[in-house]
Write a protein that binds this ligand. Structure first.
Ligand code: HEM
Length: 137
């Protein structure tokens, strides 16, 4: 028997579009100036080229959709918008750390954070460019 049919969606538990947009607002402000991310010149160039308001709009739309909200994401696929940036596994870790710090600041409970990280993690292979391990000698 399913006793969880009435559980509110992750979107509702996060507080809907206003709460999600506030988190995205802070998060994008933080990542666009993160020195560890902008050490990658391709990321640095894009972070200084892409207008912040539109970037926040698209990320908000996406987070709302994947958490069960009524919004529909209208941007590019994750592969299309990231493959040219040559994002490394360690840059991914920095990005995830900033995300976690912002979620903590907004007091998003651990259970909701875990659900969000599962969704975010599912996009990793579209975003991170795996570099072959060089065989010295
Ligand atoms: C789950 C993780 C991520 C999500 C959900 C996400 C989301 C997005 C979205 C929605 C866009 C806009 C797409 C469009 O223009 O239509 C975008 C672009 C971009 N993202 Fe991400 N992103 C993620 C990870 C990362 C990471 C790890 C970095 C940097 C290290 C990064 C840097 C960028 C940059 C620089 C752009 C602009 C690309 C360009 O226009 O040339 N993203 N991302």
């Amino acid at each position: 028997m399913n006793t969880e049919t009435k559980k509110p969606s992750l979107y509702e538990r996060l507080g809907g579009v206003y709460a999600i947009a506030a988190v995205v607002d802070t998060f994008i402000d933080r990542i666009m100036v993160a020195p560890e991310l902008n050490a990658n010149p391709l990321v640095d160039e894009a972070h200084h080229r892409v207008p912040k308001a539109g970037f926040k709009y698209l990320v908000t739309e996406m987070v709302c959709q994947v958490t069960g909200g009524p919004q529909r994401y209208t941007g590019k696929t994750m592969a299309e918008s990231h493959k040219h940036l040559n994002i490394s596994a360690s840059e991914w870790v920095v990005f995830a750390g900033i995300f976690k710090a912002v979620l903590d600041e907004y007091k998003v409970p651990e259970a909701e954070q875990a659900e969000l990280f599962a969704i975010v993690g599912s996009t990793r292979s579209d975003i991170v460019v795996e570099r072959p391990v060089s065989k010295a000698g």
